[in-house]
Design a protein. Structure first.
Ligand code: BG6
Ligand code: MG
Length: 218
């Protein structure tokens, strides 16, 4: 294994729990379209882009819509989502994340973001973590969504590093797949039952420090 020189973090579900807000916003839209939408359905949308998420919901309802209507629906969902996240603050950074980032930085590790979300810079700003990131790759900069590795490859490129030198942290199946497809080591955040394809899985960052990483990946 090459020496690890950077961490590439997914945002939603890794740094902050925005999945609950995405769920509420998608559910309201689905209800308006008379499509049932459960938490389990939401689970399958994790890591997918906005447009891919809408397509999954429409397919569930056997609904075929024109491009213009789909754009309007996505704008509507996003406006609701932004309303829901507008009150987020640094208190909502998930336990242990800030301490882990600080410890990694103290060990000379570079910090980058690889998120499918077009709202990622805004969310990082709201939770006060933007200054910690040397590279921020988000949904507006990519043409292919996870499970394609593009977002992480751009992150490694922005840091001037090889994928094998960048450790990805992901909570979504599509994100773990994306990391693997790009040749990145990846630690899953969540349950091994869901993220079994990752090199290692931890429930979260609480109590995790940079020194523990080689042991996890061994
Ligand atoms: C991902 C989330 O990070 O971003 C998905 O896991 C979300 O649930 C996607 O759909 C796109 O987000 P946004 O903010 O651009 O609609
Ligand atoms: Mg995620």
């Amino acid at each position: 294994m090459s020496t690890l020189r950077a961490c590439l973090f997914d945002l939603d579900g890794v740094i902050v729990d925005t999945a609950k807000h995405h769920f509420v916003a998608w559910r309201r839209l689905a209800e308006e379209l008379s499509i049932p939408f459960t938490e389990e359905d939401n689970e399958g949308l994790k890591g997918l882009s906005r447009v891919d998420s809408l397509e999954v919901i429409l397919a569930k309802g056997n609904l075929v819509l024109d491009a213009q209507t789909k754009l309007q629906l996505m704008d509507k969902k996003n406006a609701h989502y932004l309303e829901l996240v507008s009150t987020m603050s640094p208190d909502e950074v998930l336990p242990g994340v800030s301490a882990f980032i600080a410890d990694a930085q103290a060990n000379g590790v570079h910090i980058g973001l690889g998120s499918s979300s077009k709202n990622a810079p805004q969310i990082l700003e709201l939770i006060g973590l933007k200054p910690a990131f040397e590279a921020i790759i988000h949904g507006n900069q990519i043409t292919l969504s996870k499970p394609d590795p593009e977002v992480f490859l751009l992150g490694a490129q922005a840091l001037g590093l090889d994928p094998s030198e960048c450790l990805v942290f992901e909570d979504a199946v599509a994100g773990v797949e994306a990391a693997r497809a790009g040749g990145f080591p990846v630690i899953g955040i969540g349950s091994p039952d869901v993220l079994g394809a990752a090199d290692a899985v931890v429930p979260g960052f609480e109590g995790l420090d940079w020194q523990a990483i080689p042991g996890l990946l061994a």
